[in-house]
Write a protein that binds this ligand. Structure first.
Ligand code: ATP
Ligand code: MG
Length: 355
């Protein structure tokens, strides 16, 4: 079986970490009899520099004609002051998600025993943290009608949080299915004590729940969820929430892993899934061979699992990473006294050895 992968390294450390994930995919392919074709495309700031567009038509076509997409990171200070529609995030990521129908962002977040001391949070609090946050990606405040008016000389601005039943149903079903493959717990996060869109969200979850009798469903207000994430993160298995709440909670949850450099993500919904590290282009360390490649390697593992149903292969990559961490190899972002500092490529070498 040959899988066609669109490879979009993007900006900053993207160009350093994406090739590392490709090395791991090649190695897993050789071991398990899968083959890949990797076709590179331009996206983000580098695409603006070379073509004038953050998401060139050619890149969009490449993505549409692939089986999955591996993205590095986009943006950086060089492109921050462009008009909004040309900025890498707005001009590339939002239209790409829209074009491919990627309505669900999946972010696993777990603690690694080997890294428990590298976190800013206490070991006892972090113990057993292993959750997936599922964020709705194409509705809510980001896409609802927005605008400004002048009322008797006073400026007003508004953004509308709007959700339809089908939009809620599809993301909630995906969350129930995800919970089925895990510890069978689903927590739906909303603000149903205040927001009408949240009341529809909660009604929809409750209406679908009887179809998934094996899943234990709870509801939590978003303010309480923010507190519980830090107080007792081990209580969560699958968390599902709307766009804005998910944006905030998933960045907050990233602190439960020792570093942003450890966190993978997937955007799903259409035929083609998009896989990328949760972190950005890290311009402060770009070009220095310091970047932690693990988030991107784990994103490639998610690709194998979610897009190609190659679960054993994904687990093998995760196990290799755990073994490397247990042996004490660390990139700078997760470095502690007494451990062995390695660069981006050496970290990948160690992962390949374990594989
Ligand atoms: P964006 O706006 O694109 O989300 P950001 O401002 O959130 O970007 P990042 O680019 O994610 O910032 O970087 C935040 C910090 O984390 C920086 O100090 C960066 O060096 C560090 N960092 C991010 N990714 C990695 C990585 N893979 N390895 C090591 N350090 C990283
Ligand atoms: Mg960020």
């Amino acid at each position: 079986m040959t899988y066609r992968i669109a490879v979009l390294p993007g900006d900053g450390i993207g160009a350093e970490i994406v090739p590392q994930a490709l090395r791991v995919l090649e190695a897993v392919g050789a071991k398990y009899g899968l083959s890949f074709t990797f076709t590179e495309g331009l996206i983000g700031g580098i695409a603006i520099d070379e073509t004038g567009q953050p998401l060139p038509q050619e890149t969009l076509e490449l993505c549409r004609n692939s089986d999955a997409i591996l993205l590095g990171a986009i943006g950086g200070p060089k492109w921050d002051n462009l008009p909004t529609h040309l900025r890498p995030e707005v001009g590339a990521l939002l239209p790409l998600r829209k074009a491919l129908g990627l309505y669900a962002n999946i972010r696993p977040c777990r603690t690694y025993d080997a890294l428990a001391d590298a976190s800013t949070l206490k070991k006892e609090v972090l113990a057993g943290t292993d959750m997936v946050i599922i964020r709705e990606l194409t509705g809510g405040l980001y896409f609802g009608s927005k605008g400004r008016t002048d009322v008797d000389g006073v400026q007003q601005a508004w953004d509308t949080m709007i959700y339809s039943t089908p939009e809620i149903e599809r993301i909630v079903r995906l969350a129930f299915e995800t919970a089925r493959h895990r510890r069978k717990k689903l927590c739906s996060v909303d603000k149903a004590n205040v927001l009408e869109s949240s009341r529809l969200w909660r009604e929809t979850v409750n209406r679908l729940a009887p179809e998934y009798p094996d899943i234990a469903v709870t509801h939590m207000y978003v303010d309480n969820a923010a507190m519980q994430l830090i107080r007792n993160p081990g209580q969560f298995d699958v968390v599902v929430t709307e766009n804005t709440f998910g944006d905030i909670l998933s960045d907050q949850a990233s602190m439960l892993s020792a570093s942003l450099g450890m966190l993978a993500s997937a955007s799903l919904g259409g035929r083609v899934g998009l896989y990328e590290p949760a972190h950005g282009s890290a311009p402060d360390i770009a070009g220095q061979k310091k970047a932690n490649p693990i988030a991107t390697i784990l994103s490639a593992a998610m690709m194998l699992e979610y897009s190609f149903n190659r679960v054993a292969e994904a687990r093998a990559i995760e196990a290799a990473i755990e073994a490397v961490l247990a042996k004490g190899f660390r990139t700078g972002d997760i470095m502690e006294a007494g451990k062995r500092l390695v660069n981006t490529e050496e970290m990948t070498d160690r992962v390949l050895e374990e594989l």
